[in-house]
Design a protein around this ligand. Structure first.
Ligand code: BG6
Length: 487
């Protein structure tokens, strides 16, 4: 199935932190792929800005290497690469001083969209916003793009929001949560609001509970310094998991428009019940050996033998509104788990009464929405176990993988491709609004504060496992079990 590509309006995109990791891994490859798809017009400019001294050619060379390493396209076309590189420029610039700003202002073309991507430490957001505005660049069709971590807690998130609001209107601010750019995460909305089938059952009358799992096999890698200050709660739960929870639990928005969608998500976050200490479990992975390879423990990876930061969180979340009261949501995310799998599993209640008698067995329907990998949906349906014996029930999967169903050999577009094009189109639906981010921190902060006050220590779990045993006990207390983590 071929998707229609409509070129976006002419734009100049400035990447502050243009030589950094995110620019090399994600932003430049995403722009390259959109360029090859014909979505970026020839007149557009991509301007890398950073502190290092570099010529335009030097920047283009760095970008070419990044494309080779990260663009993830089977055959990099030399001609297209050269055409793309010709759109790139570089400006050496000081975020906290005046150097380079005149040159940047001169480079930007009049009468077109200007997007400023702040791919830098959040501590620089305020300085950059001030200088962008101070040089008269925040006018008209200007937008500013920021990345997580958006704050460390509610206070710092408010300060960041304020530093941007001093110079930009909320309608110009694009806060990226890359999960919202994932094709299958958007599919959550299509599945829920494009089918009549699910909505009548989508409430606590019919849904027993919902599990949201984001399991990773990777460890903290080279990001130990950042990660050890954040932990899984700040790194994954406050943002990505929260977004998944909102999309699965929110009311149908009146329209698929930015504020209609974001208003409904905000209502979910505001309806979250504060989490009791016994409803959250933290874990930290131990060293392990797999297929002859030794993997270091979390503490070794972050070079702190006494670290009490969590690499796993499992928690029970309750939403206090008419739709969901009585239906718990169990969330878990962790690194160095048994498989890489992001999945939402909606476990329906048993039938009210079994006409087949107790011996037939009770089977509940389960709808699994696989976000990655092997994107697709499985609905477990109850049928009769084949054979001449009595009436015994079993569950069989009605299984659909999106790639098979769509007959699509094209790789799924990376989240950044979609999100950057949405910035240019001026569509904020898939970006977090300031109040949403603050509400998420307001719910997260007391959980983290509680750990600090109690001197809580994460439970160690074996690398390559399904996480700490405390997480199993958390759901077992409610008479439930976690679903198997499958790749
Ligand atoms: C990032 C986190 O936001 O998301 C990482 O900082 C995590 O720790 C990553 O590994 C997961 O993203 P994805 O797209 O690989 O599921």
């Amino acid at each position: 199935m071929v998707s229609r590509v409509i070129p976006v309006d002419p734009f100049d995109l400035v990447i502050f932190g243009g030589t950094g990791d995110l620019a090399r891994r994600k932003i430049l490859p995403a722009l390259y792929r959109r360029f090859c798809a014909g979505q970026i017009l020839d007149c557009c400019q991509i301007i890398g800005a950073a502190r290092s001294e570099l010529s335009n050619d030097g920047y283009r060379q760095m970008a070419a290497e990044a494309l080779r390493e990260f663009a993830d396209v089977s055959d990099i076309d030399a001609v297209e690469v050269q055409e793309f590189l010709a759109r790139l420029h570089y400006v050496q610039l000081d975020a906290r001083g005046e150097d380079g700003w005149q040159e940047l202002a001169r480079l930007l073309s009049e009468d077109r969209i200007h997007a400023f991507y702040l791919s830098v430490a959040p501590s620089l957001f305020g300085d950059l916003a001030e200088r962008i505005a101070g040089h008269g660049l925040a006018r008209g069709e200007a937008r500013v793009v920021v990345e997580k971590p958006f704050g460390h807690d509610l206070t710092s998130a408010k300060a960041l929001n304020q530093s941007l609001a001093n110079h930009f209107d909320e309608s110009q601010i694009y806060r990226i949560d890359h999960y919202l750019g994932k094709e299958t995460v958007q599919n959550l909305m299509a599945i829920r609001f494009g089918n009549l089938l699910f909505e009548p059952l989508w409430n606590s009358r019919y849904v027993d509970h919902i599990q949201i799992t984001v399991a990773e096999t990777v460890g903290v890698g080279g990001r130990g310094e950042y990660y050890d200050r954040a932990g899984a709660m700040r790194d994954m739960v406050q943002n990505h998991m929260m977004q998944l929870l909102c999309l699965i639990a929110m009311e149908p928005p009146a329209r698929f428009e930015p504020d209609a969608v974001r208003d409904e998500k905000l209502k979910v976050i505001r309806a979250l019940k504060p989490v009791a200490a016994h409803d959250v479990v933290r874990g930290q992975y131990a060293a392990f050996i797999k297929d002859g390879t030794e993997y270091p423990s979390y503490r070794d990876a972050v070079h702190d033998p006494a670290s009490t930061t969590e690499s796993y969180v499992g928690l029970k979340v309750e939403i206090e509104n008419w739709r969901w009261i009585g239906t718990p949501f169990y969330l878990r995310t962790g690194k160095r788990l048994a498989a890489r799998s992001s999945v939402i599993e909606v476990v329906f209640k048993d039938t009210p009464y079994s006409i087949f008698g107790a011996d037939a067995g009770d089977k509940a329907n389960i709808l699994s929405i696989r976000l990655q990998p092997n994107e697709g949906i499985t609905l477990e349906v109850t049928i009769k176990e084949p054979g001449p014996g009595g009436m015994r029930l079993i569950n069989v999967p009605l299984d659909m993988s999106f790639s098979t169903a769509l007959g699509d050999n094209e790789p799924v577009a990376d989240a950044y491709e979609r999100l950057i094009m949405d910035v240019i189109r001026g569509n904020q639906t898939l970006f977090m609004r300031g109040d949403e981010v603050e509400a998420a921190w307001a719910w997260t902060d007391p959980i983290i504060d509680g750990w600090e006050i109690r001197g809580d220590r994460p439970e160690v779990y074996p690398g390559g496992s399904t996480g700490p045993t405390g997480a199993d006990a958390l759901v077992a207390r409610d008479g439930r079990v976690w679903r198997t983590i499958r790749p």
